[in-house]
Design a protein around this ligand. Structure first.
Ligand code: UDP
Length: 319
């Protein structure tokens, strides 16, 4: 057996949201390391196409909405709880589902981990910082969230999920991890998911105008999905209960990003400006000192390289 495969030999993982964008990459990564993987997904925003190539004897897919009781036969060693719609267009379209999966779904996933004495990792988000008043954002910043705004459903669901995870840790002594995931991109993002990476790439490939919201001076920092998955895996295996930021600290404006996508695709699409969505964070950049120190992790994929792979993926999907 190759050395990499021995890591997970005989160990079982549950990945909620396993047919989603990051979830499917995580399932693939775990299989490569020899784990048995139970991928659970309601297919609300995940798709079977994302996991089509993962089928093997160590992989099982269960279609299940984790807001309902989760039943798994046999032992489980690790629960990665990634299930949730996560795109700003979902915040408008699926607000109740988002609140339910963040609250009830996290409760059920924690309950599963407790029953199986498994280690639990919550996929939280940079959205817990809201429209941040501190820059870059480190884990000790408490955030600036509008609880009744459209984005609030996601932000508050994840804030509640973090609080519930810590309560299970403190009261039930569950071994828990909290990852605060910043903007992540790569193959298997949904074409119509509304986020800036798939939107600009598909617009550029189709020769349509790139729709920059606001004046495009808001910033984001984009992390390639393979780096993110490596960070999640390292966090699960590190000894740290406090939240850990995972993301790429390389920050740029959305207008700069539009120009980059245009040049990498060789597109001649024009850039047009549309109204900025309500509560759209003006700046976002992770402080990843904690991840560097405790996980020995930092992103390795340069943006042009990761974007080129993502563009290749979307070229195939659109063809
Ligand atoms: N954005 C944009 N044009 C689009 C989609 C998004 O200018 O067609 C902007 C959006 O307003 C935000 C940034 O790009 O400032 C990143 O948006 P995304 O939806 O990817 O995720 P967010 O970081 O806001 O959660």
């Amino acid at each position: 057996m190759p050395q990499q495969q021995e890591e997970g030999a005989g160990k079982r993982c549950v990945v909620t949201g396993g047919a989603g964008f990051i979830g499917s990459h995580l399932c693939e990564y775990l299989l490569q390391r020899g784990y048995q993987v139970i991928c659970m997904d309601s297919l609300l925003t995940g798709t079977v196409a994302n996991i089509a190539r993962l089928h093997c004897e160590r992989f099982e897919f269960i279609k299940h909405d984790v807001t309902n009781y989760i039943y798994i036969d046999g032992p489980v060693d690790y629960v990665f709880h990634l299930a949730s719609p996560a795109s700003p267009v979902d915040f408008e379209r699926l607000p109740i589902q988002i609140l339910k999966v963040g609250a009830l779904g996290t409760h059920k996933a924690l309950g599963l981990a407790k029953a199986k004495e498994a280690r639990f990792l919550l996929a939280s988000t940079s959205e817990v910082y809201g429209d941040p008043l501190v820059h870059p954002q480190s884990e000790d910043y408490w955030g600036n969230v509008n609880p009744v705004g459209i984005r609030g459903v996601y932000d508050e669901a994840k804030r509640f999920a973090e609080a519930l995870t810590m309560a299970y840790h403190r009261i039930h002594h569950l071994d828990t991890r909290i990852a605060r995931i910043f903007n992540t991109y790569g193959p298997r993002m949904r074409v119509n998911d509304g986020r800036v990476v798939p939107t600009f790439i598909t617009q550029a490939l189709r020769g349509e105008p790139l729709t920059v919201f606001g004046d495009g001076r808001q910033t984001r920092s984009f992390c390639y999905v393979a780096d993110m998955v490596e960070g999640l895996y390292r966090l699960m295996h590190a000894n740290v209960t406090e939240p850990v930021n995972l993301g790429n600290p390389e920050e740029m404006t959305i207008l700069e990003f539009a120009h980059l996508v245009r040049s990498l695709t060789g597109s001649r699409s024009e850039i047009i400006f549309k109204p900025l969505p309500v509560d759209d964070p003006r700046i976002r950049q992770p402080d990843i000192s904690r991840a560097r120190r405790l996980l020995g992790w930092e992103p390795r994929t340069p943006l042009p390289e990761g974007l080129q792979r993502t563009i290749d993926y979307f070229r195939q999907v659109l063809a």
